[in-house]
Design a protein around this ligand. Structure first.
Ligand SMILES: N[C@@H](CCC(=O)N[C@@H](CS)C(=O)NCC(=O)O)C(=O)O
Length: 233
């Protein structure tokens, strides 16, 4: 059996099944990207909850695999050359798992890069901008009297939704017929924006009909429904 004992993270979150991919996460829009992909792949994995209530993300054990103190992170006992591999950053994890299994990423080189481009669009645009909108609309920033910062992120989020809506015109998924890690990266953030953040009216979500249609198809997938609940409380 693979030993993960040399990884400090396993001291705080012991691996009951050290032969399985270890997932350190929470069901946030970034965290569920990885649990959804793992569910779609049907790979055996062991989820561990990194509680923000107890500031687990700042512990030396967690920082040893995720130095930016953010979930999600994974530890794959069977990484390249059969050696364990630890990874943080959800986009990198999605690309790694899709490449490792050859699934949810197009096999042809051009399609592969096109998919990566939409993952970068999520990682550099949708994630940070929707996240800031959440801060100013839903969390502590909503108390700020000056609404200009909020409005800036509302405008940018709407613009990004417009780009996505146009891409989805006449397509089932971001990459067309093929459901890929680009969808798994982007759609949890859209769901969060209109759901948990309650910002649907603010961004006039009803005008983004293609995004709404694809989001509905996404959440109807059993693997998505399951991945959204992991790790359980
Ligand atoms: N770019 C990172 C962002 C991850 C991220 O922002 N994670 C949040 C939860 S969604 C987090 O761990 N926050 C804890 C903190 O900042 O202390 C990724 O996609 O993995």
């Amino acid at each position: 059996m693979t030993s993960l004992d040399s990884f400090a993270v396993t001291k705080k979150w012991p691996a009951v099944h050290p032969d399985r991919i270890q997932l350190y996460s929470l069901p946030t829009p970034n965290g569920v990207k990885v649990s959804i992909l793992l569910e779609e792949l049907g790979l055996p994995y062991e989820p561990h909850r990194v509680s923000f209530d107890t500031k687990d993300q700042f512990t030396p054990e967690f920082l040893s695999i995720s130095p930016n103190n953010k979930i999600p992170a994974i530890l794959d006992p069977n990484g390249p050359d059969g050696k364990p591999l630890a990874l943080f950053e959800s986009g990198a994890i999605l690309i790694y798992l899709a490449s490792k299994t050859g699934r949810f990423i197009p096999a042809d080189t051009a399609g592969r890069y096109e998919t990566l481009q939409w993952i970068m669009f999520q990682m550099g645009g949708i994630g940070p901008m929707f996240g800031q909108l959440g801060f100013f609309h839903t969390f502590a920033g909503k108390e700020y009297e000056d609404k200009r910062p909020r409005d800036r992120y509302v405008a940018e989020s709407k613009r990004l939704l417009g780009v996505l809506d146009q891409r989805l015109q006449g397509r089932d998924w971001v990459m067309g017929d093929e459901y890929t890690i680009a969808d798994i990266a982007i759609l949890p953030w859209v769901r969060n924006l209109v759901g948990f953040y309650g910002a649907g009216d603010l961004v006039e979500f009803s005008q983004f009909k293609n995004v709404a249609r694809v989001l509905e198809a996404f959440v109807a997938r059993p693997a998505v429904a399951k991945g959204l609940t992991i790790p359980a409380a």
